[in-house]
Structures are given as structure tokens and as C-alpha cells.
Write a protein that binds this ligand. Structure first.
Ligand SMILES: C[S@@+](CC[C@H](N)C(=O)[O-])C[C@H]1O[C@@H](n2cnc3c(N)ncnc32)[C@H](O)[C@@H]1O
Length: 386
């Protein structure tokens, strides 16, 4: 059984409520969960709209697993890509998908109800507002397909939480075994690196939109994967020297990408493990993108310390990854990332406050939030070595 470590569970913390407030909460909870409450709320014109909205939200949660399988089916049948060229009839789609019109119509109508598709005429379907971004982005489609692994692991979520099953997700990520060479199976490394490279576009947009990289001389991306981020950065900022550090087989893929993009003279990839090898020096900005959340606190502490040591005084670390407790509509990411990282086996979703504490403990003097357009999947923190 996993040990009880509430302080490190990445969960929201709240101040203790005064006694009167707890009494009031108790009354409200009892009233709202009483058998007569729903009848009263739906029968009252003032509360009806709230009740309808909450019922729809609860239905979304209950049926969410069906909705995500509708999305997955659309991706597997290449429906969304096919409709990028324009609307198509049921007959044409049924030939393309090699499925009877009656069966396919069930999927198409479900997809219309989820706004993945749109009905453009009798038996004619086009892209819906939520299907269009999926049709546009291969990285998103790969992530949706990859989520089938997590879906399998969440078949018995209670067993997953109790640590009673071996999640398939752990086998997908070979570095979860630490940094021992036998775990660096080349085909597995290539598979996850490809997924990361194609899904990285959204994070790259966040980084480029939110921070001024022109103030730096040399940027090193630690755990940089196949080098998509460093390549994009090099293409946007012609003055920058660039380095990447990752496990040796991944660094080799990154070096090949640099050469292919004409960045060989400015960008170099260094193979090693941040668990056991020192990091290259010379960079005045280190980026750490979607790396810390994969690892337990002890590894993250050691990694942040190693980055601190590799930086000159005044040097910066820009950390980008999903973080817990985003507000408003962005908070829906929490449930997904909490379970994704649980199934992965060793990391956890941390709040900005927890990451700030880890950064301060590693020696960084100033740590601040950097606002970015889409906190749903990525948030940014900037730390400076004083
Ligand atoms: C989730 S991927 C993120 C890759 C890339 N930064 C991105 O956002 O697409 C984590 C990266 O950390 C690398 N990594 C994991 N353990 C490592 C270790 N011990 N030393 C160096 N790199 C490691 C992996 O090979 C992988 O490329």
C-alpha cells in the first residue's frame, strides 16, 4: 500500500473554517443531499436554471468515459481528418470507414452531440467546433490514441489507487525504472520521444508567447526530448547558442534533428542521466519542460540542485509543465494529470507553491509565476540564481 503522505499529495489545502461556518456547511450539505431537494429546486423558477446546469455537469462527469471513446473512435477512423477537406455524406463516410451506414450514423450523431461534428444538411456531416482543433493537430490525435493506455489502467481505479495493479503506463515510459541502461530500450525510447515531439507544439506556443528569450545568450533544455523546443527556439532567435540534455538515445535523436534543421553549428545535444551525471555548464537560461512532474520529490530536488549548480550567478531556470489548482475552466486538468502521473508510477502533479518551495530549497533566490495563455495544460515558473 502507498504510504500516507498528505503533505506531499499535491492536493488543495484550505484554511480551517470557523465553527459557525462548519455548522452552516453541515446544514447546507444535509439540505442539498436530502431526497426532497431536487424536486424543490427543479420546481422553483429561480433555482431551476442552476439545477439544470448542475445536472448537465454531473451527467458530463458520469458519461465522460463514453464521450472520450466517441472521440477516440473518430480519431481511429480518421473521420476528423477526412472532413477537413469539406463536408461529406453518410454514404461516402460509410465507404471510407468500412462500416454500415446504420452503425456509423450512431457514432456520427454522438459526435454531433459532443460538437466534434456538425450536421450540415440531411445526412451530411462537417467538422464541429471541438473537432476542428483535433483535425488540425497530429500531436493531439496521438495523445488521444495514447490515452487508450490510461483508459485501460483506469478500468479499476480503486485498485490503481491502492497500488494493487501494475499499470500499462509504466511500461510505456522506460525511464520510470530510474536511469539504468537496460531500461533504455531503443524502440520504446523512440516511441515515447515521438509522442512527446508531436505533442510539444502546444507547449512551445506557450513558451514563445510568454517569455522574452532575446535577453539570453545560451539556453539549455534539460530532458529536452527530440529537440522540438530547442529547434523552434533557435528558429525564432538567431542569436542564441543552444544545448540539450537527455538520455543518450534521446539526445542522439535530438542531434539528428538539429543537423536536419541546419542548427548543427549552434545547437548541441548531450547524452547522460540527470540522476547520475553532471549537467553541462555554459547556459544562462535552463528550460525544464514537462520533466519534473514525472519524478518523485527526491529526484526533482537533486535535479533542481544540479541545474542551480550548472548556472552562473544571475542565471535563470524556466520551468513549464501542468500544475495543480489552476482556477476557473482550467481546473479540469487536475483530475486528468493526477491520474496520468499516478499510472506512470513515480511522479505527481504539483501546485505552483510546492514547486516554488522545491526551487527555493535547491538554492534559487527569486521564484515567480510567468503568466501564459493556456494554463490548462502548462504553467510557467521562473527562478533566478542570485
Ligand atoms: C515527458 S518527456 C518531456 C520531453 C520534452 N521536454 C517535451 O516537453 O516534449 C521527459 C523527458 O525527460 C527525459 N528523461 C527522463 N529521465 C531522464 C534522466 N534520468 N536523465 C535525462 N533525461 C531524462 C526523457 O527521456 C524525456 O525526453
Amino acid at each position: 500500500m502507498k504510504s500516507l503522505d498528505l503533505a506531499n499529495a499535491g492536493l488543495p489545502s484550505a484554511a480551517v473554517r470557523p465553527g459557525w461556518r462548519s455548522q452552516l456547511d453541515k446544514l447546507i450539505d444535509g439540505w442539498m443531499s436530502s431526497p426532497g431537494f431536487y424536486r424543490w429546486a427543479i420546481g422553483n423558477p429561480i433555482t431551476r436554471w442552476v439545477t439544470r446546469r448542475r445536472a448537465a455537469q454531473l451527467f458530463q462527469i458520469m458519461a465522460g468515459f463514453v464521450h472520450s471513446q466517441v472521440l477516440l473512435s473518430c480519431v481511429r477512423l480518421h473521420l476528423l481528418e477526412s472532413l477537413r477537406d469539406g463536408p461529406k455524406s453518410l454514404e461516402v463516410l460509410s465507404q471510407e470507414c468500412q462500416m454500415s451506414p446504420a452503425a456509423l450514423q450512431r457514432l456520427l450523431h454522438s459526435a454531433v452531440s459532443l460538437r466534434l461534428l456538425e450536421l450540415r444538411g440531411p445526412h451530411v456531416y462537417g467538422l464541429g467546433a471541438l473537432g476542428a482543433p483535433v483535425a488540425a493537430d497530429v500531436g493531439l490525435r496521438l495523445m488521444i490514441e495514447h490515452n487508450a493506455v490510461l483508459f485501460d489502467d483506469m478500468r479499476d481505479t480503486v485498485a490503481l489507487l491502492r497500488d494493487e495493479i501494475q499499470p500499462h503506463m509504466q511500461a510505456y515510459w522506460p525511464y520510470m525504472d530510474g536511469d539504468k541502461p537496460p531500461s533504455w530500450e531503443v524502440d520504446k525510447v523512440a516511441r515515447y520521444s515521438e509522442l512527446m515531439a508531436t505533442s510539444q507544439r502546444f507547449v512551445i506556443e506557450e513558451l514563445l508567447a510568454s517569455y522574452d528569450f532575446s535577453q539570453h545568450r545560451c539556453v539549455m533544455d534539460v530532458g529536452g526530448g527530440q529537440g522540438g523546443w530547442i529547434t523552434a527556439l533557435g528558429q525564432h532567435h538567431g542569436q542564441l547558442q543552444l544545448k540539450l540534455f537527455d538520455l543518450p538515445p534521446v539526445a542522439a535523436l535530438a542531434q539528428a534533428r538539429f543537423e536536419a534543421n541546419g542548427l548543427g553549428g549552434r545547437a548541441s545535444a548531450h547524452g547522460g542521466s540527470f540522476i547520475s551525471d553532471p549537467l553541462p555548464t555554459g547556459a544562462d537560461l535552463v528550460t525544464l519542460v514537462r520533466v519534473a512532474h514525472d519524478h518523485p520529490d527526491a529526484t526533482v530536488k537533486a535535479l533542481l540542485k544540479a541545474i542551480y549548480q550548472a548556472l552562473p550567478v544571475g542565471g535563470m531556470l524556466l520551468l513549464a509543465e501542468p500544475m495543480a489548482q489552476a482556477t476557473g475552466p482550467h481546473s479540469v486538468g487536475d483530475a486528468y494529470f493526477h491520474f496520468y502521473l499516478l499510472a506512470m508510477g513515480s511522479g505527481r502533479l504539483r501546485s505552483p507553491e510546492e514547486l516554488k518551495t522545491l526551487l527555493s530549497e535547491a538554492g534559487f533566490g527569486t521564484v515567480m509565476d510567468v503568466a501564459n495563455p493556456m494554463p490548462l495544460h502548462t504553467r510557467l515558473l521562473l527562478a533566478q540564481k542570485n
